[in-house]
Ligand binder design. Structure first.
Ligand SMILES: [Zn+2]
Ligand SMILES: [Zn+2]
Length: 310
């Protein structure tokens, strides 16, 4: 099943002609979720022909406007377009109060169930799990309480080798237990080792989103080994002090995190409006971590399945 990230907004605090504020549309194991919801997110969803009524959950990193101010508008449009399916929002403290106030003063009485789960943690914690994946939130270093997210598939069951079911006359129950890792015990007491019956499943895929944050090595263990790491890169090396003062990262710092974490690939995003062209930021990052790409509005990044090594 596809694991796909559509960039809806790759800009920093101020939207530009080509870059909207932060938002990403994630399709994971057949489920659609949204990460951040800056201004214009609902227009971007339409522009790129995605459905907003199928979004099951929305993950807001922090309450700065460029990550949050599109949310009341999107929820209102979901309501006006007849949504009946429940929606869950995960966001830092303050989200519930501010959204409820807006809905109250605007006379908006939602027709669907809206659950707002506020995140408040100093440690990585699982905040959401679906049938096929889970989401872990962890604190970032920014000027407001801010959280990164790791989206990870559950480890699939082992696969049965071809024909073993017929060869040993295995029942459905036995098949399930063998797929869960058990050996097979035959009627005469012979034990067939699991390794002779199965082969490893595909490797569970993992995606980490870290935006906004200052350079902070404490996140490395949490994002270690992810297939795809999205890091903010508001500035370049020439603005390193400004990045530090404003609790943001440079491209090279983002790449350093990717390198130390052993990420498969790095995406840079959240570019300051001062950078019309992101090529210099890409070059900076690639000098540290070669497998880097810059996000752009409308860009799609996919994580392909990989067979576990035998
Ligand atoms: Zn931001
Ligand atoms: Zn911010």
């Amino acid at each position: 099943m596809p694991f796909e990230i559509l960039i809806l907004g790759s800009g920093a605090a101020t939207p530009t002609f080509n870059r909207n504020c932060s938002a990403q549309y994630l399709t994971i194991c057949g489920t659609q979720v949204l990460i951040d919801c800056g201004e214009s997110t609902q227009n971007q969803i339409r522009k790129y022909h995605k459905k907003f009524q199928t979004i099951k959950a929305i993950f807001i990193s922090h309450l700065h406007g460029d990550h949050f101010f599109g949310l009341p508008g999107l929820i209102s449009t979901m309501h006006l377009c007849g949504r009946t399916e429940p929606l869950t929002v995960y966001a830092p403290k303050g989200a519930r109060e501010s959204l409820m106030l807006l809905f109250e003063v605007s006379g908006t009485e939602l027709r669907f169930e809206l659950t707002i789960n506020e995140i408040d943690t100093l440690e990585p914690v699982e905040i959401h799990h679906d049938k096929n994946f889970r989401v872990v939130a962890f604190p970032l270093h920014h000027s407001l309480p801010t959280y990164g997210f790791v989206f990870e598939e559950f480890t699939p069951l082992l696969n049965l080798r071809p024909n073993v079911r017929e060869q040993y006359g295995m029942s459905n129950d036995e098949c399930v237990r063998v797929k869960q890792g058990e050996d097979l015990v035959l009627a005469d007491g012979t034990v067939v080792p699991n390794v002779e019956l199965t082969f490893p499943p595909v490797k569970p895929r993992r995606y980490a989103y870290c935006c906004d944050t200052a350079y902070d090595e404490s996140i490395i263990p949490v994002v270690a080994g992810v297939d795809l790491l999205c890091m903010e890169s508001t500035f370049g090396r020439a603005f390193e002090q400004l990045a530090k003062d404003r609790c943001h990262c440079t491209a090279a710092q983002a790449a350093s995190i990717a390198l130390q974490a052993g990420a498969g690939k790095l995406i840079l995003t959240h570019f300051s409006a001062r950078f019309i062209d992101t090529t210099p930021l890409l070059a900076e990052a690639r000098s540290v971590f070669a497998n880097t790409e810059c996000a752009a509005d409308g860009a799609i990044f996919k994580i392909e399945n990989q067979q576990e090594q035998l």
